[in-house]
Design a protein around this ligand. Structure first.
Ligand code: KIV
Ligand code: ZN
Length: 525
């Protein structure tokens, strides 16, 4: 490939008749939410859904409506905001699930119901106790019921990659005949390999007589670390849709990572001869948004969106990059949304400078939001001389999705604390909170250290049998005055199946810890 072709593919995406357009089906809000600890509230899901539409995904699987009233509500509300992107709801192949999905999607401009039923011998024998013929009859009945509610039906034979190929061909043919427009082949347990996936998709294309009436899709789990490779193999074999999630979130080891599969096709057009509608410059901001919302941090060395994905450490590489970027870079950092410079702002920077930087970082802030962020920015510059992009991301995210809404109707708010502690004896901590606007003061003399003491104080104030399931802390930037981000998971002992996440950011890590705990507490009640 010529240098010119190389640059064109990277910056604009691949187009023209030589490239197939692959449908991107994002399931961050459904399968992604099944990642332990990744549950999101309605406001967070709406924010994520809007971001996904702006990113250019074709279909958003917004949830599993029958699972809970909360999931039903999320699918309903997300359906209302999506303009170009299809809104999809998941359903088992049973009447009440399909009807609930149809009901939740009633207001969607482009609704899709995704119906699944397991087909593999293991699932048939142990889970469903059904014969092959019974499975086919049930699948057909489910698709027909779905078609009465919605014209766009996707069907997934769950555990398809461990299903006998002859039987899988029969199922696929039958559901297409019944009206499925997309047939998805899930590698439910992340067991298959790229070659096997290629062969399976080719077999379906060659053997199912009505295959041209539907789009073939894949949904790959990452248990053996092959979800992206398997999805790409499926594309090479002729699949037209990929199911994936931001940052590869999902059940167990996760799903195919959207950012990786999209950039693989865009960077290697001569191999895949396929592309998507994804606006690649929005990948990094989207990855950050999902990471902040879910509290699941992106590993530094994560492909495409990790902090180190474009960091060149070796002198020989740095030298090469300075002479010609393409010596060691196969994509430019800007093409996936990293900004060129990490401009430093400080206490003399005004509202306009902050607005400009926020805009460059991909945020669209209303004047009111900017005012609120600016107030926090000024407070931060009193505590920290240099404010980096990562600090600005944290400030804006905290403002946009922070505890504010929860506090308005409201419950708990952190006010201040004082602490005496030493390496000898228990710390003495006095904590001031407000509960629905009323000041509450608590003292804690328990705990091995300040965080432990803060936890006991919050437990005392809330009068709830709280358990701290997880406490994570990370510096947002380098330097001794860096802001720390704390993520906590709290549990109410009486309701152990529910774990609530809270996040706090501050230059004072003890304060960040308390804000995180208060935020988790606010999600509980
Ligand atoms: O992994 C899986 O099989 C699924 C289906 C519901 C598509 O998530
Ligand atoms: Zn899955």
């Amino acid at each position: 490939m010529s240098e010119q072709e190389f640059n064109q593919n990277e910056e604009r995406g691949n187009s023209g008749e030589n490239y197939r357009r692959i449908v991107i089906f994002d399931t961050t809000l459904r399968d992604g939410e099944q990642s332990p600890g990744a549950s999101m509230n309605l406001r967070e899901k709406l924010e994520a859904a809007q971001g996904l539409e702006d990113l250019g995904v074709d279909v958003i699987e917004a949830g599993f409506p029958i699972i809970s009233p909360g999931d039903f509500q999320s699918v309903k509300e997300i359906s209302k905001i999506l303009k170009r992107t299809s809104a999809c709801g998941l359903a088992r192949c049973v009447d009440k699930d399909i009807d609930a999905a149809g009901e939740a999607l009633k207001d969607a401009l482009h609704p899709r119901i995704h119906i699944f039923l397991a087909t593999s011998v293991i699932h048939r024998k142990y889970k469903l106790r059904m014969s092959q013929d019974e499975i086919i009859a049930k699948a057909v009945e489910g698709v027909r019921r779905g078609r009465n509610l919605c014209s766009d039906i996707e069907f997934s034979p769950e555990d398809a990659t461990r299903t006998e190929i002859d039987f899988l061909c029969r199922v696929v043919e039958a559901v297409i005949d019944a009206g499925a427009r997309t047939v998805n082949i899930p590698d439910t347990v992340g067991y298959t390999t790229p070659q096997e996936m290629y062969d399976r998709i080719k077999a379906l294309i060659n053997r199912v007589p009505n295959i041209d009436k539907a789009i073939l899709s894949v949904h790959c789990h990452n248990d053996l670390g092959m979800a992206v490779a398997n999805s790409l193999s499926a594309v090479s074999a002729g699949a037209g849709q990929i199911e994936c999630t931001i940052n590869g979130l999902g059940e167990r080891a996760g799903n195919c990572a959207l950012e990786e599969v999209v950039m693989a096709m865009r960077t290697r057009p001569n191999i895949y001869k396929a592309d998507t509608k994804i606006i690649s410059q929005k990948l990094v901001p989207m990855s950050r948004l999902i990471s902040r919302i879910t509290g699941l941090q992106v590993p530094r060395n994560k492909a495409i969106v990790g902090m180190n994905a474009f960091a060149h450490e070796a002198g020989i590489h740095q030298d090469g990059i300075l002479k010609e970027r393409t010596t060691y870079e196969i994509m430019s950092p800007e093409s996936v949304g990293f900004t060129k410079t990490d401009l430093v702002l400080g206490k003399h920077s005004g509202r306009a400078a902050l607005a400009d930087r926020a805009h460059q970082l991909g945020y669209v802030l209303s004047p009111e939001q900017l005012d609120a962020v600016f107030v926090e920015f000024k407070k931060l510059t009193d505590r920290k001389k240099e404010v980096y992009d990562a600090d600005i991301h944290a400030l804006i995210d905290q403002q946009n999705r922070g505890p504010k809404d929860e506090i308005k109707d409201n419950k708990w708010k952190f006010v201040s604390y004082s602490l005496t502690c030493s390496s000898e004896g228990s710390p003495k901590l006095t904590l001031a909170l407000t509960h629905r606007g009323e000041v509450v003061g608590v003292e804690s003399e328990e705990g091995d250290g300040p965080i432990h003491a803060a936890f006991w104080a919050i437990r005392k104030a809330s009068d709830l049998p709280l358990i701290m399931k997880e406490f994570k802390i990370e510096a947002i930037t380098g330097g001794p005055d860096a802001q720390g981000v704390v993520i906590v998971h709290l549990q109410d002992e009486r309701n152990p199946e529910k774990v609530f996440r809270g996040q706090g950011v501050s230059t004072d890590i003890i304060e960040a810890g308390m804000i995180a705990m208060v935020n988790a507490l606010n999600r509980m009640s």
